[in-house]
Ligand binder design. Structure first.
Ligand SMILES: C[S@@+](CC[C@H](N)C(=O)[O-])C[C@H]1O[C@@H](n2cnc3c(N)ncnc32)[C@H](O)[C@@H]1O
Length: 413
């Protein structure tokens, strides 16, 4: 990759713009340790301008690093990224953020309270502070506190990332040992997870030994709403289908997306579908988090490869990216069989990331996450278009928003 002087100027200019936007929008929350300041409410907290400026900045700073820094330095830092994953996993599993709460605590006290070896915990905390997770009062003080980033690991944070830590840093990480073999395999079907466990993730989730992983996967999907910024819900007028529209959330998990829809749109009704073992856990999740919305939800154990119910509006978030095209067709066809025409108001909404040249790093990480767990992938607009055509749908519009997922609106072709 070659960089010209104009690219450097763009980096500097982008940085200036970003700082201006930060100054206007978020400066006052930067050092906050209050979890409520971060995303207790899901109203998207940043403007599109801020998010665009941030994305442009990270893209250019990566580009700059790849040009200006020694490639070996950049390379080793990339290779060593797994140590950062490990450090986050340690802090999350031990509950360091919870122990710190609003206090500044000496390392010895933290280690005592979480039951860890003080010297080893120091190494972990130092790495994390270097990555801006947690704060050390001054370098070498051995006194640590929460900060804005570490607050997403507080269990009191409604959209905390602790489920995602287990799902990624433990389950995917272990299966990651098989990624090289998985990529070499001629058959797309055998993914790294299957090479590790001898079964698909979905069948493994039926076994008793997967109870912990199942639980944290459900929590991960709820935590995902944090990095989606609630944008799927806030940046789209779901009431355009009628204030009391019924939305079928296909493979909706315990309701991480649906709960936000219900909170925002007070009359919308949800049919929440998922596999029996997941639906079983859903009523408790709603009881604990949004009891006022629960009566608007029908909890429906359902296999999405089987026949669908007759409704107008179908929604699926993070489903298509779990499956290769042939399996997606088996999921989409039962919907195609029942969905009314465009003029009768039939709509299929697919919420997934859509890859393009501006896509941020996390989208490509998620792509490999899919490769690892299910052998599937994130898709480009063209790939979605082809897939939906094959399934008998036509894309009406891809609604971009401030969050991570685009919202693809499709109708029966
Ligand atoms: C990545 S999660 C997404 C959950 C939810 N849509 C969300 O965004 O929070 C995928 C979901 O698909 C569900 N799933 C997998 N196989 C299924 C099947 N055959 N029928 C119905 N749901 C299924 C899983 O149980 C899981 O909840």
């Amino acid at each position: 990759m070659s960089l010209a002087l104009s690219d450097f100027k763009t980096v500097v200019q982008t940085l200036h713009e970003l700082l201006d936007v930060i100054d206007r929008e978020v400066a006052e929350t930067i050092d906050s340790r209050d979890p409520n300041n971060v995303s207790a409410t899901l109203a998207p907290r940043a403007s599109a301008e801020l998010l665009d400026a941030y994305k442009a900045f990270t893209k250019y700073s990566d580009k700059l690093a790849s040009f200006a820094a020694d490639p070996s330095d950049v390379g080793v830092t990339l290779i060593g990224g797994f140590h950062e994953t490990n450090a986050i996993q340690v802090a999350s599993e031990l509950g360091v953020a919870d122990v710190l709460g609003d206090e500044e605590l000496p390392l010895s006290e933290i280690a005592h309270r979480v039951g860890a070896n003080e010297y080893r915990l120091r190494q972990v905390m130092r790495l994390l502070v270097n990555r801006s997770v947690f704060r050390e009062t001054h370098y070498g003080s051995d006194v640590f506190a929460n900060n804005r980033l570490s607050s997403v690991f507080l269990s009191a944070h409604e959209k905390n990332l602790r489920g995602i830590v287990g799902h990624w840093a433990d389950d995917a990480y272990k299966a990651g040992v098989y990624v090289v073999e998985g990529v070499k395999l001629a058959s797309e079907k055998k993914c790294p997870f299957e090479l590790e466990h001898g079964t698909t993730i979905w069948d493994w989730f039926k076994t008793p030994e997967s109870a912990l992983a199942r639980d944290r996967t459900n929590k991960a999907m709820v935590g995902a709403e944090g990095f989606l910024h609630g944008a799927l819900i806030y940046d789209y007028d779901w009431e355009r289908h009628g204030q009391e529209a019924t939305i079928v959330d296909v493979g909706g998990g315990v309701g991480g997306a649906a709960i936000e829809l219900c909170r925002r749109f007070p009359k919308i009704k949800i049919v929440l579908q998922d596999r029996p073992s997941v639906i079983e856990a859903a009523p408790k999740f709603w009881e604990e988090n949004a009891p006022e919305c629960k009566s608007r939800v029908t909890f429906m154990p359902h296999d999405f490869f089987g026949p669908q119910i007759r409704e107008k509006i179908f929604f699926m978030r993070f489903i298509i990216h779990d499956w290769v095209d042939e399996d997606c067709l088996r999921i989409l066809e039962p919907i195609r069989d029942v969905i009314p025409s465009e003029t009768e108001g039939g709509r299929l909404y697919i919420a997934d990331s859509v890859l393009d040249e501006k896509s941020e790093r996390l989208k490509y990480m998620l792509d490999l996450q899919m490769l690892t767990f299910t052998g599937a992938m994130e898709r480009t607009e063209v790939e979605f278009d082809n897939l939906l055509k094959r399934a008998g749908f036509r894309i009406l519009k891809i609604h971009k928003n401030r969050g991570f997922c685009a919202l693809i609106e499709a109708v029966a072709a």
